[in-house]
Design a protein around this ligand. Structure first.
Ligand SMILES: [Zn+2]
Length: 154
């Protein structure tokens, strides 16, 4: 019994009820098993998605397709803000974390705690003797201070 391999149409061609050509622009990014083409098609439309992918170099198409899926899902979840809602949320979250870091640093500083210095970057042992050399002491002695002699009364 011979088993024929059936090549199923990609998710986009299934949606458009057409035969999936071998050079289908959608097939690499929306395979037959993909469930994300529905939302992309709902937000952008099949023709626009095809046009966007066609306008890009091949190496950028996968990222573009993933971005379209992400943005379409965000738009369906939040029809007003879409992925801008995510961006605003994350910016707000980052600002909150930044405030917490500043408050914590202020508390640490107020407590007088000196945090341990992070270890220096990788050192090579043969360089350490050079690093430990004492600074050059000038040959001329520093000017002598005039010593005051105190007279003792008594
Ligand atoms: Zn196809």
């Amino acid at each position: 019994m011979e088993q024929r391999e059936t090549i199923s149409a990609c998710a986009a061609c299934k949606k458009m009820s057409r035969e999936c050509p071998p050079d289908c622009i959608f097939a690499p990014y929306f395979p037959a098993t993909s469930t994300s083409f529905d939302c992309v098609q709902r937000i952008y439309g099949c023709d626009n998605v095809g046009r966007i992918l066609q306008s890009l170099p091949v190496e950028e198409r996968r990222v573009a397709a993933e971005s379209l899926v992400f943005q379409a899902k965000a738009r369906i979840r939040d029809p007003i803000f879409g992925c801008v809602g995510y961006i605003c949320f994350l910016q707000h979250y980052l600002a909150q974390i930044d405030r917490e870091i500043q408050e914590t640093e202020a508390e640490i500083s107020a407590a007088g705690y000196q945090p341990p210095q992070p270890p220096p970057p990788e050192q090579h042992w043969h360089q350490i003797p050079q690093m430990l050399e004492m600074p050059q002491i000038p040959s001329t002695p520093p000017p002598q201070e005039t010593t005051r002699t105190e007279k003792k009364n008594g």
